[in-house]
Write a protein that binds this ligand. Structure first.
Ligand code: NAD
Length: 494
């Protein structure tokens, strides 16, 4: 049996713990590896290594740091097929989608390779006579990242490349449900030249997360995961004086106007609602049909019915949910929808996939006539379940969306520029797609989920991550150009 290793001070080591968590193939339940609950002692060793490494890493030339990521991006490209295969085996998503998971992380690595263009401070000459002020963005120290199961490649790559490129050292805590592709990415980072102690990996669940939040030598925590855990991390890390950012749960609505291009809209909606079995924080899990678009129900159902559910490695349309517990939770929520009076027009419960009878499969599921008081609307289902609502006008649709507390993503489908512009202006959601279902920005921007989907001001990659992982220092300098002295200045003026 493969035992997932930890990375402490440049060494891949097996934990001394006697607590091991099974990693299972979600399509078969076969245990494919075990991951440790890292001990407190090992966490302390990892932080101490990172603390020591920081003393030299923070002074390593920014160009040297950047070059490591140039090499890293090439290594990730070379290993794309292997990475996607590992990811699919432990996470369940299709191979094509696993490649997308790696690729969206790779984009951040490429961005980190240009760090010298991003970590540029400001300079103002002559703020007073002969006085200049400049700002420098210095790394914070040891930073940490805690990641969810649904993007085990992309989300770790949102975090450690930007943190390390800006001069910090890092403790990564991957999801205990699928840490193997993350570890392969970490091995490649070491191969690319990340020095010992600069990147460390510890494993486990709540105990490790709490230890990270409490550790006095960790300066910042980046978290991506569910809302309940994110709130806990934000409060606990903030209480011990850390900078924290938490990207959390969502309930993303699509709004479809009757003038939208029907075929393209329905294809995009089906992909974003049911792709990755709905286990994306940017999945479109609610659609608001405006006016005559309300007649497209049968077409939506036809698109969903046409999708093929299978083991991820067979590379069909959607794979299994991550665990039997996730499947039971999704099926329970579907049951509440029926009890609370929504119309179940497509039921994905109880499906079997030939050859994978033990897999955690739920097929595409659609509820019509959903109202905002129902549990299927109020909770993030995180499964292939689409809730349909209706609105008489765009204004009414905007009201529905803005009444929902979440702010991760939304999409409008229309041919009207005026309607799209109104939507973009009035909607209280941080990431908006216009005829584009999953508007996750590339890293020249930052991930910008908002309201209940986020705690902390700054996003996890892009320009905002440079700010998150650095401390601004301003220097005000006077260079005397003559011998003239105006005597003692007892005022605040320079
Ligand atoms: P999760 O919150 O269960 O786990 C996230 C991390 O927290 C894991 O590393 C896990 O080990 C740890 N953890 C779990 N329970 C904990 C506890 N009680 N105390 C402390 N730590 C704990 O999330 P998940 O199920 O792995 O991921 C799915 C969730 O992540 C969804 O809600 C999804 O919307 C969200 N997500 C959000 C974004 C975003 O950018 N907003 C992106 C991806 C996923």
């Amino acid at each position: 049996m493969h035992h997932v290793q930890q990375l402490i001070n440049g060494q891949f080591v097996k934990s001394n713990t006697d607590e091991w968590i099974d990693i299972t193939d979600p399509a078969t339940q076969e245990v494919i590896a075990k991951v440790p609950q890292t001990t407190d002692d090992e966490i302390n060793q990892a932080v101490a290594a990172a603390q020591t490494a920081f003393q030299t890493w923070r002074k390593t030339p920014i160009t040297t740091r950047a070059r490591i990521f140039l090499k890293y991006q090439a290594l990730i490209r070379d290993h794309m097929d292997e990475l996607a295969e590992i990811l699919t085996a432990e996470q369940g998503k299709t191979i094509a989608d696993a490649r997308g998971d790696v690729f969206r992380g790779l984009e951040v690595v490429e961005h980190a390779a240009g760090i010298a263009n991003l970590q540029i401070g400001d300079f103002v000459e002559n703020v007073a006579s002969g006085v200049d002020t400049y700002s420098i963005w210095q790394p914070l120290g040891v930073c940490a990242g805690i990641t969810p199961f649904n993007f085990p490649a992309m989300i770790p790559l949102w975090m450690f490349p930007m943190a390390i490129a800006t001069g910090n050292t890092f403790i990564l805590k991957p999801s205990e449900q699928d840490p193997m592709v993350t570890m392969r990415l970490v091995e490649l980072a070491i191969e690319a030249g990340v020095p010992e102690g600069v990147l460390n990996v510890v494993h486990g669940g709540k105990a490790t997360v709490d230890a990270i939040c409490d550790h006095p030598d960790i300066k910042a925590v980046s978290f991506v995961g569910s809302t309940a855990v994110g709130k806990h991390v934000y409060e606990r890390a903030s209480r011990s004086g850390k900078r924290a950012q938490c990207m959390m749960g969502a309930k993303n609505h699509a709004v479809i106007l009757p003038d939208a291009n029907k075929e393209q809209t329905l294809n995009q909606l089906a992909g974003a609602a049911f792709g990755a079995a709905g286990q994306r924080c940017m999945a479109l899990s609610v659609v608001v049909l405006v006016g005559a678009a309300g007649e497209w129900i049968d077409d939506i159902k036809a698109k969903a019915t046409g999708l093929i559910v299978s083991a991820g490695k067979n590379d069909k349309d959607l794979g299994p949910l991550i665990s039997p517990a996730a499947k039971a939770r999704v099926e329970h929520l579907i049951g509440t929808g029926v009890e609370e009076g929504a119309s179940l027009i497509l039921d994905g419960r109880g499906i079997t996939v030939a050859g994978y009878e033990k897999g955690n499969f739920v097929g595409p599921t659609i509820f019509d006539n959903v109202t905002s008081d129902m549990q299927i609307y109020q909770q993030e289902i995180f499964g292939p379940v689409l809730c349909i609502m209706r609105a008489g006008s765009l204004d009414e649709a905007i009201e529905i969306l803005n009444a929902n507390p979440h702010g991760n993503g939304t999409a409008i489908f229309t041919q009207s520029g005026a309607a799209a512009h109104k939507f973009q202006q009035d909607i209280l959601v941080g990431q908006i797609g216009i005829n584009l279902p999953i508007p996750v920005p590339l890293p020249m921007f930052s991930f910008s989920g908002s309201r209940a989907s986020k705690l902390g001001d700054l996003g996890p990659y892009g320009k905002q991550a440079v700010q998150f992982y650095t401390q601004t220092k301003t220097v005000t300098a006077r260079w005397f150009d003559d011998e003239a002295s105006r005597g003692v200045n007892t005022t605040i003026s320079i």
